[in-house]
Design a protein around this ligand. Structure first.
Ligand code: ATP
Ligand code: MG
Length: 569
């Protein structure tokens, strides 16, 4: 394709409203164009990347037996009423009316259409397992559409649904789908981490997310480079290292006067001790169950999701008023010597077990206890893992250091069980003649989000960097200078290479070398070939990979062979 005729060329400046790297680079380079918040046009370059990503996904879904279909985007509202999601997902549903006053929703997902559809196609155990997928547009009225293609209101998704005779059969397929997902992301040039859903009393425990590391990511993930484990920050488990201190004897407990602020740092400073020596108590109000104090080492934080999971109830930090009403003195709360009149229970994180001579509050203004020891000065009935794990902790599986990263969710898979099949009476006759509910799984990949995620993960300071597998073109051919013989040679190369099946974007404009080379870097095609007076003198082209600084001359006579091996990888 000749760039002079291209629909959607590079812009001089990035858009002023771009809130993310992908929005900025994709718009400036002419891959996308914003229509409204969270709603984008895909221009030829962006569409080519998108199509290639979809091609990879298609191959991998077909390889696990997925059959491609295309379901409608408009869904009669009664399907959504059947599952109750017209209510639970009301805030993100786009609703519309058709003639005759029928209400429809623009599909934010397709369980409500695929399940009744499958009910007409699946009768017997002989039909199962079966899986179908589509690559389609979804509509969600996201409260905050942001970060370019990462969170849109109209966006692309591949959604696959699988149907099984039993949980076991679903489990087996689910593992295959996980591998297929890893293949997709790897082929798109991304390293994805598989993360178990955060669980908690209100979420689905049978789901996994695939996340890609990028500073623009909304999620915080704890990873172990060594064993490849990845966990959601909120529930991550890890080994808490004991502080490196000489064996201490238990010293006599003392009550002391102190002038200090409420924070652990201020507390440690006032007593001239390390923060881990502070016995910290964080008080929460538990839904229908009063106050609970979580006792933890001063240098560590409480994971509220772990606490909610443990209690099976919702919690929130206790307000200063509530603390006061309960007879607790904010900033000086501890489980030590509390009068019985104070109605609070305590649990503790394991981290407090191996420290001697803590400093902690005496539940009176400006009064602390020193040399507080577990067992001798206070007791705790329940020890639970309640610590928020981060960088500096060790992997509980392989003992290697854990690292905290920002990630963006590119895929999400669920074991749905019979929730939707029961709602839509999707049953099959088993080999024992009994009618049973079909067991379902669902598997989503954000196709447009993937375009944005590749930019976020791989771009450098000069622009985008596309892996060959999804690059809009293989080669960015440029001629420099106004000499006719240079232009003629470039034109000839363009014709020859294109006819030979190579995907060439040919910058045939009469622009300066600076403009053309900067544009090439911004657009990020993996290989740049330059024809100039100098290269003609050397009977070849300048060959430069987008990911490398160095360039070299490849003779015209060798060019096709070199290109073939470049594309073969
Ligand atoms: P998120 O947690 O990011 O809101 P989700 O859990 O609601 O996503 P799913 O319903 O599981 O997402 O959708 C499957 C995939 O679709 C997600 O993994 C993500 O890649 C993509 N996706 C979801 N919402 C959006 C959006 N608003 N814009 C672009 N892609 C999206
Ligand atoms: Mg999700």
């Amino acid at each position: 394709m000749k760039y002079s005729k291209f629909f959607g060329k590079t812009k001089h400046n990035p858009p002023c409203d771009a809130d993310s790297k992908n929005a900025q680079l994709l718009t400036q380079a002419g891959f996308v164009d914003k229509l409204a918040a969270g709603i984008y046009n895909l221009l030829p370059l962006g569409h080519r990347v998108f199509t290639k990503i979809c091609g990879i996904i298609r191959e991998e879904m077909n390889a696990v037996g997925g059959q491609e279909i295309l379901m409608p985007a408009l869904h009669p509202i009664d399907l959504w009423e059947t599952t109750g999601r017209s209510r639970t997902m009301d805030d993100i549903l786009y609703r519309t009316r058709a003639s005759g006053d029928k209400e429809f929703v623009f599909g934010p997902s397709h369980e409500e259409t695929v399940t009744p559809l499958a009910a007409g196609c699946i009768q017997s155990y002989k039909d199962l397992p079966m899986s179908v997928y589509q690559i389609q547009t979804k509509f969600r009225d996201e409260p905050r559409a942001k970060s370019g293609l990462l969170r849109g209101r109209e966006f692309g998704m591949k959604d696959m649904y699988s149907f099984h005779v039993s949980e076991e059969d679903l489990d087996e397929y689910y593992e295959k789908a996980i591998q297929a997902y890893f293949n997709v992301f790897e082929r798109c040039g991304l390293k994805a981490y598989l993360i178990e859903a955060s669980g908690g009393p209100f979420s689905d425990k049978f789901s996994h997310e695939f996340s890609v590391e990028t500073p623009a990511g909304e999620d915080t993930i704890i990873i172990c480079e060594s064993c490849g484990g990845a966990q959601n920050l909120e529930i991550a488990e890890g080994k808490v290292l004991d502080p490196d201190e000489p064996e201490e004897k238990e010293l006599p407990m003392e009550k002391v006067d102190v002038e200090r602020g409420f924070s652990v740092e201020e507390n440690a400073k006032a007593h001239d001790v390390d923060p881990y020596k502070i016995l910290k108590t964080v008080v929460y109000e538990v839904e229908d169950a009063g106050l609970i104090g979580v006792v933890i080492r001063g240098d560590l934080n409480v994971s509220e999701v772990k606490l909610e999971n443990y209690l099976g109830k919702q919690i929130r930090p206790a307000s200063p008023e509530l603390l006061k009403k309960a007879g607790l003195v904010q900033g000086f709360i501890s489980p030590v010597n509390l009068p019985d009149s104070v109605k609070i229970s305590f649990i503790a994180d394991h981290s407090i077990k191996n420290v001697k001579n803590f400093v902690t509050g005496a539940n009176a203004p400006a009064r602390d206890f020193k040399n507080v020891n577990l067992g001798r000065d206070f007791t705790i009935e329940d020890f639970v893992d309640l610590v928020e794990v981060g960088t500096g902790f060790k992997c509980s599986k392989c003992d290697e250091p854990l690292r905290e990263i920002k990630g963006i969710e590119v895929g999400n898979i669920f074991k749905l069980g019979t929730r939707y099949s029961d709602a839509f009476n999707l049953k099959f006759t088993d080999n024992d003649g009994k009618s049973k509910s079909v067991v379902m799984g669902c598997y989503g990949i954000g196709t447009t989000r993937l375009v944005g995620s590749i930019v976020e993960a791989l771009a450098d300071e000069k622009g985008m960097v596309w892996p060959l597998s999804v690059a809009p073109y293989h080669v960015h051919l440029v001629h420099l200078g106004k000499d006719d013989d240079v232009k003629e040679k470039a034109e000839q190369l363009y014709q020859e290479l294109t006819s030979a099946g190579f995907e060439i974007l040919y910058d045939d404009r009469d622009e300066s070398a600076g403009v053309k080379l900067n544009d090439a870097d911004l657009i990020g095609i993996p290989l740049r070939l330059v024809v100039s007076r100098k290269t003609l003198e050397n009977d070849g082209v300048e060959w430069k990979k987008r990911t490398e600084e160095d360039s070299g001359i490849v003779k015209f006579s060798n060019l096709k062979k070199e290109l073939e091996s470049f594309i073969a990888g």
